[in-house]
Design a protein. Sequence first.
Length: 255
Amino acid sequence: MSSSGKLTIETPEQTMLEFPLAGIGSRFLAIALDSLVQVAAVCVVGIVLIALAIPFSLFSRSSGLWVIAIIIFLVFAIDVGYFALFESLWNGQTPGKRWTHLRVIKDSGRSITTYDAVLRNLLRIVDWLPTLYAAGIVTMIVSRENRRIGDYAAGTVVIHEKPLETARSIWNVRTAPAEAVTLGSSAQLTPEELQLVETFLERRDSLHPDVRRTMARQIADRIGARIGALPAIRPDTEKFLEAIAEQRRTFARFR
């Protein structure tokens, strides 16, 4: 479900997750930054290949044709593979998306897979038609979720993500119970559980105190059972959840 620039998903725990959708402007800023990185990569590869081909051109007239063919292939590989590779390894982000705080996720709220990343980026060729991303722009304009053709095929959306510094200012992680959250604890949790934790922390100030305490305890009990953190070592449920969220964001930042 989407409305007013947001994607809303109801979890099995009947908690509403809201993701702010990225607009055309922010997405094109990200792709412009990524294009600069791609151009630099193509230039470096081209210079290296030409430098390697010069000695062989003295002995073979076909060397120049081979160099041109290899450069064309590498340009295509960099154009498509760049986005697919980074989105697979960086949990839905490329350098451009990371700099503009955007992320690709599934329309169910889950993280994208390698298959999703490859599929949505192979269809960039269609989005480019007839030129300058015309098909992709039209599709995003008529889509409520600002999706391009590749997003429809892969079942993905692009969302705004808060910078790590903003999250730290909201979550007082310095007082979090470190003994309850061991290294890699967040890696044992599913994407849905991690999203549930983050959503609660972002919306807790708007909840009634009794509802807030009950929800925090229920989520902490579920998460604690998954990672083996008994109630005795997590007396403050909200600080326990803060530590889990901070660890997840730290890992995602350096993946």
